[in-house]
Design a protein around this ligand. Structure first.
Ligand code: UD1
Ligand code: UDP
Length: 374
């Protein structure tokens, strides 16, 4: 780069645990080119503790921390706070490009705020769709809005590229990169020295890992999920369940009330990413409504029964490692029981496939960013 050229100022914005996990390797990759990029990070802290866990792991020190999280926050206050606070950050930092991730309210409001400030936006994990505005809620609409205002689309798979083209976005702005979650996973699996002894797992039992946190599963669905877990543990003396419980009070309350203190059910606080990956690897079956877990588990060869009726991640369903089971207790029980009892079915679902990437998504995104005008 000659002396008269300015560095490209990239501002990466995120706020929740999954965005942090998926953006952290990108921030590290951008940081490898200090002569080309000014590498700024803004966290909204839509999540606090669950975000800080990831910042610590990847040793990222944000340039801006909006510290927005409130106990049991609602979508209105969250959206307006991010929108307004990001205005100030953009005025101060004047980036050449803003990067947001996926479908959270942080991403949607930060992208809209950048659009109002006439700053180009790159959407990492662009193009995912269920085509149902209520599932997942409000994420499906968040991702549609981000795609509507952004300029660079970093789509993880052929399906997400096609969704964007079908929606009318210009092909020349769409880049198929793979999902950065695989970059994060490889980074973590490679150097993983996590100690799981604090969980007190019985090595003679099969471990079923559970995570659930989606807004559309609040109320009856989460109660049904707990009922199914209880029943499975009662009828199968050779299994134990580990459930790192999301800090959302709408999840904490019913889960601790229904499953707390039960034999062979280990409830724990949200786990750091490293031990969580180690636990996924150790698990026999995963029950989850998480987006990220659906992408990671196939790479580790672990069957995932998805506690949702739709998914924006059809690739692993097609490959056979992920199955949608919804939240009806009988459906959860019968699908889990089938995998516990039928070795052939289990083997078929536990083949390691990797439809989401090769661990080089961040490199591809950075190559595109190098072409942006400072
Ligand atoms: C958010 C995202 C969702 C993503 C999920 C990942 C939106 C609308 N939702 O949902 O897309 O899948 O994160 O986990 O953007 N809390 C804490 N500490 C934390 C995190 C959360 O106490 O570190 C509690 C707070 O009371 C907070 C509540 O959880 O108000 C809900 O957090 P919020 O980010 O609004 O919703 P999530 O369900 O976490
Ligand atoms: N995860 C974690 N600790 C946990 C549970 C999940 O580090 O206790 C990781 C998981 O590996 C994945 C991400 O968090 O990378 C998924 O986050 P979450 O399920 O909260 O959000 P979603 O992906 O559904 O948006």
């Amino acid at each position: 780069m000659d002396n008269f050229e300015r560095k490209i100022k990239v501002l990466t914005v995120f706020g929740t645990r999954p965005e942090a996990i998926k953006m952290a390797p990108l921030v590290l990759e951008i940081g490898k080119y200090p002569d080309i990029f000014e590498n700024l990070v803004c966290v909204t802290a839509q999540h606090r503790q669950m975000l800080d866990q990831v910042l610590d792991l990847f040793k990222i020190k944000p340039d801006y921390d909006l510290n927005i999280m409130k106990e049991n926050q609602d979508l209105w206050s969250l959206t307006s706070n991010v929108l307004m606070e990001m205005k100030k950050v953009y005025e101060q930092s004047k980036p050449d490009v803003v990067l947001v991730h996926g479908d959270t309210t942080t991403s949607m409001a930060a992208a809209l705020s950048a659009f109002y400030a006439r700053i180009p936006v790159g959407h990492v994990e662009a193009g995912l769709r269920t085509f149902d505005k209520n599932y997942p809620f409000p994420e499906e609409i968040n991702r549609v809005y981000v795609d509507a205002v952004c300029d660079y689309y970093f789509a993880p798979t052929d399906t997400s590229v096609k969704n964007l083209i079908d929606a009318g976005f210009k092909k020349e702005n769409i880049y198929k990169t793979g999902n950065t979650v695989i970059d994060a996973l490889f980074h973590t699996v490679e150097n993983n020295s996590a100690d799981l002894s604090y969980l007190g797992l019985n090595p003679d039992l099969k471990t079923i890992l559970v995570t659930a946190h989606r807004r559309e599963n609040f109320g009856e669905p989460i109660i049904n999920i707990c009922k199914a877990i209880k029943q499975l543990v009662n009828t199968n003396k050779d299994i134990q369940v580990v459930y790192p419980v999301h800090l959302n009070p709408n999840i904490q309350k019913p889960v601790y009330e229904m499953l707390g203190g039960k034999e062979r059910i280990i409830l724990t606080k949200p786990m750091d990413y490293e031990p969580f990956c180690a636990l996924m690897k150790k698990s026999h079956i995963i029950l989850s409504d998480s987006g990220g877990v659906q992408e990671e588990a196939p790479s580790l060869g672990k069957p995932v029964l998805v506690l949702r009726s739709t998914t924006e991640r059809p690739e692993a369903v097609k490959c056979g490692t992920v199955k949608l089971v919804g939240t009806n207790p009988m459906d959860i029980i019968s699908s889990t029981q089938l995998l516990l009892d039928n070795e052939r079915k289990y083997k078929k679902m536990s083949e390691a496939v990797n439809p989401y990437g090769d661990g080089k998504a961040c490199q591809r995104i950075v190559e595109v960013l190098k072409g942006i005008k400072a």
